[in-house]
Structures are given as C-alpha cells and as structure tokens.
Design a protein around this ligand. Structure first.
Ligand SMILES: [Fe+2]
Ligand SMILES: [Fe+2]
Length: 315
C-alpha cells in the first residue's frame, strides 16, 4: 500500500470523479438513474466525500501546512476551506433530493439534476486546484517526517470511521460506476485519433492477446527499430522468436497470466542506440489478463539528459 499522502488523497479525488461522471451520465440518460444508483451515491457522498476525504484534509493536511507557514486566511488554503463549506451546503441540498428519488419519487428529478451538476462542478474544480496547486505547495513546505505524520492522520481518520473504510467506499464507487456505465476516457476518442496517438508515441508497441496471438503493432508506415510487417498479425508469438528463446518468452507470459510479474525488461545496443524493450501484462479494470504489450524505445537521448529544462524558469 502506498504511504504517500498525496497519492492517497488524489486517489480519493479520482475515485470520486469517476462516481460523479457515472451519476452525471445516468442523470442525462433518457430513463434517468436507477433508484439503487442514487441510493448508493447518497451513501458515498454522505459517508466518504465530506466525512472522510475532506476530514482527512481539514484535520491533518491543512493544519500541518499551516504550521509550516501557509496562512489559513487568504491564499489557496482559505479558498480550499471555503470550497469545502460550499460543497457541504450543496450536499445538504442534494441529500433530501437523492433520498426522495431513491424512494421512487421522480418528481424532483429536474431539481436533483441541477443541484447535482452544481455539486459535481464545484468538486471537479476543487480537486483540480488541490492536485495541481495546493498539494505541490504542501510538498514543498513539508519535511519527510511531516509527510509521514499526515499519512498517519489520514489512516487514523479512516480507522475511526470503521474497519476498511476506504476499501468499502471504493467498492461502493465501483458499483456506482458499473450502474452508470462509465467507459474509459478513450471511448470518447474517434478510432482514427486513437490510432494516430499510438503511432505518435516515441515508443513502438506490439500486442499479443490472451492466447499469445499477435494482434497489433504500431508505427506500421514509419521507420522502426524492429521492422515488422502485417504478416505477423495472427501468428503465435512463439513463432516470432528464435527457437532458443521461446522457453523464456513462455515463462514470462506464464508469470503474467498468473499475476506473478508486472513487467519484464531488457536493454540492448542496436546500431549505436540504447534500446529499452519491456513487456507488460495488460489487464482490464477487474484485473483480468487481456494480453501482453511490448514497448520498444530508443532511450539514448534520455540517458544523456542532464540538468533541467523547464517550461518556466521561476518554478
Ligand atoms: Fe479538499
Ligand atoms: Fe481533496
């Protein structure tokens, strides 16, 4: 488990954002959300968003950075606290609307939708500000001991709400997502854009499916470190490797399928370049193995990087 306070809090943000997207989706659909979805959302909103997530910030992170010189009145900390108050007010208006909808009363759907959108908009903006402004600022003013203390506080707040609080609410979030049918963001991209993005990566990709059959490679019409042609598609990956290395390929794939390894990496010298080759198990959100992704990258220039080049000099 991570012991980084920012990662813990940002995972909360990400989880809640997915919940908000799912509910927004369902509220926009012709038939509206199911009563079960709204009942589950209400439980998540009341039990986690304010009582757990905001509490972790207000009881541990904010006082810590205040003690390190970030003022509570004026500046980003004051803005964050004011937004917590606003979100509490909106949640208080939203809760009875959710409750009556969950009990089968659809007459307030329009008001529910409107209030929910205000709430979701506020939270999305708030999380963005914390992720991009407040947390980096907090990192700069806190020592390693301070950071460890904040993590301790976060875990204590969760424990005070009952056993496995975070896991319990993350499960609830997953249920809401499932009920709202939230797809991966890439589902919103046209296929040709997705393909062009893959071909723009400075990394050559190839993919074999869960049965070890080659299904895809990128940069088809570009110069490649490892030239390959369409003929490989449909072939078993074992037939694409020299006979003497096949047992190694098989053992890596077996480990991936068994969930024993998360990456296998190699690096070679090729025509004056340092080439980094990695194999990654590709899994769906439930952890089911979908296949193996090979990434091939010329890292010569990356190895030679020194110092910094930043967008702004005064960061
Ligand atoms: Fe916050
Ligand atoms: Fe937050």
């Amino acid at each position: 488990m991570t012991t980084d306070w920012a990662e813990l809090l940002m995972t909360d943000h990400q989880t809640t954002e997915k919940v908000l997207a799912a509910v927004s989706n369902a509220l926009g659909a012709k038939d509206g959300p199911s009563t079960r979805m709204i009942a589950t959302f209400l439980e998540y909103m009341e039990g986690y968003i304010d009582s757990c997530h905001n509490k972790k910030e207000e009881d541990h992170l904010f006082p810590m950075i205040e003690s390190r010189g970030v003022p509570r009145h004026g500046g980003p900390l004051a803005v964050m606290l004011a937004e917590h108050t606003q979100s509490r007010e909106l949640a208080a208006r939203l809760a009875p609307l959710c409750k009556s909808y969950a009990q089968g009363d659809r007459s307030s759907l329009a008001e529910l939708k409107d209030t929910f959108e205000q709430y979701a908009e506020l939270l999305k903006n708030h999380y963005w500000k914390e992720n991009d402004i407040l947390y980096p600022m907090a990192r700069r003013v806190m020592s390693a001991q301070d950071a460890a203390k904040v993590v301790e506080g976060i875990l204590a707040t969760e424990a005070a709400l009952g056993p496995n609080t975070r896991a319990k609410y993350y499960e609830m979030a997953k249920t809401i997502e499932f009920l709202g049918g939230v797809e991966d963001l890439s589902a919103g991209l046209p296929k040709n854009v997705l393909a062009a993005m893959l071909n723009t990566l400075p990394i050559e990709l190839s993919f074999v499916d869960e049965n070890d059959i080659v299904r895809y490679f990128s940069h088809e019409n570009h110069a490649k470190l490892f030239p390959r042609t369409r003929g490989v598609v449909g072939m078993a990956v074992q037939n694409c490797h020299p006979h003497k290395s096949v047992h190694l390929v098989n053992s890596i794939l077996a480990d991936f399928k068994a969930g024993k390894r998360d990456v296998a990496e190699f690096w070679i010298d090729l025509g004056g370049k340092k080439v980094h080759i990695r194999y990654w198990p590709v899994r769906d959100t439930d952890g089911k193995y979908l296949g193996c992704l090979e990434t091939v990258q010329d890292v010569t220039a990356i190895q030679a990087l020194q110092g910094q080049r930043r967008l702004l000099d005064d960061e």
